[in-house]
Design a protein around this ligand. Sequence first.
Ligand code: NAD
Length: 335
Amino acid sequence: MDHFRLALVGLGRAGQFHLQSIRQLAQLELGYVIDADQGLAAQTATAHGCPGSNDFSLALSDPTLHGVIIATPTGAHYSQILQALEAGKAVFTEKPLGETLKQIRECYALAEKVERPLMVGFNRRFDPTFSSLAAQVVAGSIGRPMLVRITSRDSPLPTLEYLKTSHGIFHDCIVHDLDMLRFITREDPVEVYAVGSNFVPEIQAINDLDNVLVTLKYKSGLLATIDVNRLATYGYDQRIEAFGDKGMLQAENRSAASTVLSNAEGVGRPKIEHSFPSRYREAYVEELRAFARTLQVPSQCPITEQDVCTSHQLCDAAQQSYREQKPIKIELPMQ
Ligand SMILES: NC(=O)c1ccc[n+]([C@@H]2O[C@H](COP(=O)([O-])OP(=O)(O)OC[C@H]3O[C@@H](n4cnc5c(N)ncnc54)[C@H](O)[C@@H]3O)[C@@H](O)[C@H]2O)c1
């Protein structure tokens, strides 16, 4: 079988990029659009020519539906994943999969029991630039990696309503970067240290951080840093540098146009991509293409339970380091 009908649940920012991606993939057909906001579901259904509802169980009771894409707020993922798997549907879920390691393991155990794939959307692994950088590091292009630096600065500032349900900067944002480090280095760190601060009063008021630096040490001697900020005023700043004993690889920011203006004032370039829907547009298509392949051959899911558990545990360790103001030793697999 190479054609799959899916329901998309959650039609906010992430739901919108998934709608765009599905339209580009001939293997996937939008079976239902579901959102707690009935008006949004109805409007999206009309635009995409499929049924729309605020009732997830309506889609799950359709025997012709193969799977679901979950793009609801983080706190809803766990129960909706269980609900979909229990109905015998394959699941693609936005990150983070669950709120605890126990929840993540429970979801994978159920997926195994009902023999349906479960894939988490670590979209950055599917970005052509980042995946090329990772492949070259693995192929030895820079020799022995000594330092990897990831810069990950958001734009625009998410709404306060989103931030309140985001589960905090570690599990909402830094989880992507910790997963990317694993993807590039194929190694897990032995120690993590995190510091953080606030510049946005609204974020401080909800006891979250908007400016974080994470450093990691590896057994091989490799060091890594992740610097994350909730708001870069000049656009969505997403860069990676990998430095080794034979060279350096850099993944630079992207602009919609590559024109360069040189004049008496200096040299000017167009602004970088404004936000994630445009910066990662290819990645969002490719992750769903990979999900379609996984629906055909479930054993080939590119994001494994171990990937998801490890990135979750590394997030917890980084958060613990911030709270306790000290480096945390990491022994994987942690309990
Ligand atoms: N991978 C990425 O690049 C990326 C980018 C943005 C968001 N995300 C993730 O996607 C998820 C959604 O984030 P967002 O920015 O789209 O949020 P959002 O607030 O823009 O949209 C969430 C939507 O879900 C609906 N909703 C809420 N509860 C629901 C429920 N129980 N059932 C059905 N619909 C429900 C809301 O009405 C809203 O339309 C989050 O988990 C976030 O971490 C991932």
